[in-house]
Design a protein around this ligand. Structure first.
Ligand code: NA7
Length: 541
């Protein structure tokens, strides 16, 4: 279908929700295909995750040069990364640069939330209602809403009465927060808490960390990139991205296929020392494959990591409290740290174990546990997200026959390949649950998902289809496949946002099949097969 014969009764051909990494690229692709597209975002500039997370220490765990878009050589050649693991301000600058480079800003509207989206069967259009009262129609609704964008606060009473400053890390203020000499509380020790604690410990007057469950953390080993190295990186982008595409996780680090038992203990330890002392996720994702699938191997590596914690934390009681007891290494997301364990060696940093002394309430002056009342100037909630589906639940999405997405997903999400949902025609859940982007280095899989979706929409346009809807059978079969992946991974046995647990969200207290664990290459293959079979699993009308 060409532009002249296209149905222009809708306000837009496509509305994309979210101006982060995914939304930006989706916009670029659809504009290239000649569609009338609008991006809407509640932030006041592009950037998504990198717009919001401004807390001290926020930075990549992905090597910077594997996080940028790979689709444009011109872009790759004109952008210089200053560090191997860039900090948030640099990534936000990068994403703004991309928007300028491709002249995308005029298609974006900021400071607006989507309140509801209703599919109208009579005209096959989505009606998207914004919080400024407008209702806009479109033929395709694309959700680039991020997987960790619905921040959750703990269910602790008294928060509003606190006289000092308090914020969730996701909503860290834009204006500088003076931490120097301040008495600061941090609640939560996930990837975010671990970054912020390491970053602010030297500066604050007092730091009290409230920990419920410790994680296995590993050193990031960040360092600057000088001009010479950046030039070399630019020459090798093709190889870098080819390597990322070949690994299950989309990072540079591929699992080591050697069987642990074939190596002597000394050989294993030498390899582990090398991994521990190398930058990035290698210690998690470049480790022996056995570590993440075989409980005995996992226990052995976990014991090695216990040794590292006790080497770095001087007080043995604190070291023990920082050592996970309820899960083996790597079965939750491994926080990458810079001076995290060393922070606890300062006299002014203290760890409060919430298993011994739970928080009872927030008081006007601080935090009361079952044992004591502590005074603070600032309380930081590093308490995570209603992950992956939370951003969908915030929008009232209604599909065919009045079905609500939130109802359909009440006991856990169900999608076809993370790209679409039965009952919700022309809804493309780009970074959706049960896709691979959520369990891998985000950008490479995002590029795949965006390109696949753009090609699909192009197909629909060229063949005059008004509606593409996932079949129930395809969705059920994908769910079974996703579940099967959980049966074969130690990750599935641990409570975390990968498995859908969140004590701060009602009802999220049992296993949910949130992510596709089969790896990025298998995911790509599946998408390609589906496209080759003319979008098998979708009903096109
Ligand atoms: P996470 O990884 O979900 O971590 C949240 C942390 O907050 C974790 O330590 C939680 O303890 C803790 N938490 C949550 N609720 C409470 C309450 N009510 N009381 C005490 N402690 C609590 O979120 P992050 O922001 O750190 O990281 C998210 C992702 O962002 C990360 O994986 C990266 O991919 C980027 P718990 O472990 O549940 O006992």
């Amino acid at each position: 279908m060409n532009n002249e014969s296209r149905d222009n009764t809708a306000d837009f051909d496509a509305i994309i929700v979210g101006a982060g990494l995914c939304g930006i690229y989706m916009l670029y692709k659809l504009l290239q295909q000649g569609l009338r597209v609008m991006v809407v975002d509640r932030a006041d500039e592009p950037g998504g995750t990198w717009y919001w997370n401004r807390y001290p220490g926020a930075r990549f765990d992905s090597e910077s040069y594997t996080y940028g878009y790979s689709f444009s050589d011109a872009l790759l050649q004109e952008w210089d990364w200053s560090e191997h693991f860039a900090a948030q301000p640099e990534t936000l600058r990068y994403l703004n640069h991309v928007v300028e480079h491709f002249d995308l800003r005029e298609h974006m509207q900021f400071g607006l939330s989507v309140e509801r989206a209703d599919y109208n069967e009579a005209d096959s259009l989505w009606a998207v209602t914004l919080d400024d009262g407008r209702s806009l129609s479109c033929r395709y609704l694309l959700t680039a809403v991020g997987m960790l964008s619905a921040a959750t606060l703990p269910n602790i009473s008294g928060g509003e009465e606190f006289h000092g400053k308090s914020f969730h890390t996701y909503y860290w203020p834009k204006e500088p927060v003076d931490l120097k000499g301040k008495r600061v509380a941090v609640i939560g020790t996930g990837a975010t808490g671990v970054q912020i604690i390491g970053a602010i410990a030297p500066e604050v007057g007092q730091l009290t960390v409230f920990q419920r469950r410790p994680n296995w953390c590993a050193p990031l080993h960040n360092s600057p990139i000088d001009a010479e190295e950046m030039a070399r990186i630019k020459e090798s982008y093709a190889d870098i991205f080819a390597r990322c595409r070949a690994t299950p996780n989309g990072f540079l680090h591929a699992p080591d296929r050697r069987v642990m038992a074939d190596l002597s203990e000394a050989e294993r330890h030498a390899f582990w020392d090398e991994l521990y002392n190398s930058p990035g996720f290698g210690v998690w994702l470049g480790n022996f494959r056995d570590v993440l699938v075989d409980p005995a191997s996992n226990a052995e590596f976990s014991a090695y990591m216990v040794g590292k914690i006790s080497e770095r934390v001087h007080d043995p009681v604190t070291a023990e409290k920082l050592t996970p007891q309820d899960h083996g290494f790597g079965t939750r997301r491994v926080p990458m740290e810079t001076n995290y364990y060393e922070a606890y060696n300062y006299d002014h940093v203290r760890l409060v174990d919430l298993n011994d002394t739970p928080i009872e309430r927030i008081t006007p002056t601080g935090i009361a546990t079952t044992a004591e009342e502590l005074e603070f100037d600032i309380i930081v909630y590093a308490t995570g997200f209603d992950a992956i589906t939370g951003a969908y639940d915030r929008v009232d999405i209604t599909g065919r026959r009045g079905q609500k997405l939130a109802d359909k997903w009440r006991d856990g999400p169900i999608t076809y390949m993370g790209t679409g949902v039965h009952g919700f025609p022309n809804l493309f859940t780009l970074t959706g649950p049960q896709g691979a982007s959520v369990s891998t280095n985000f950008p490479p899989v995002i590029e795949t998902a965006v390109e696949w979706t753009a090609a699909f929409i192009d197909y629909l346009e060229r063949h005059g289809h008004r509606r593409a809807e996932v079949t129930e059978a395809a969705e059920q079969s994908w769910l079974a496949h996703v579940k099967n992946g959980y049966d074969h991974s130690l990750l599935a046995q641990t409570k975390s946002w990968f498995t859908g647990y969140n004590s701060n969200v009602a009802g999220h207290d049992k296993l949910r099949y949130m992510v596709y664990l089969g790896g990025a290459p298998a995911y790509r293959e599946k998408l390609a097969e589906v496209a080759d079979a003319i979008y098998e699993g979708y009903e096109l009308t």
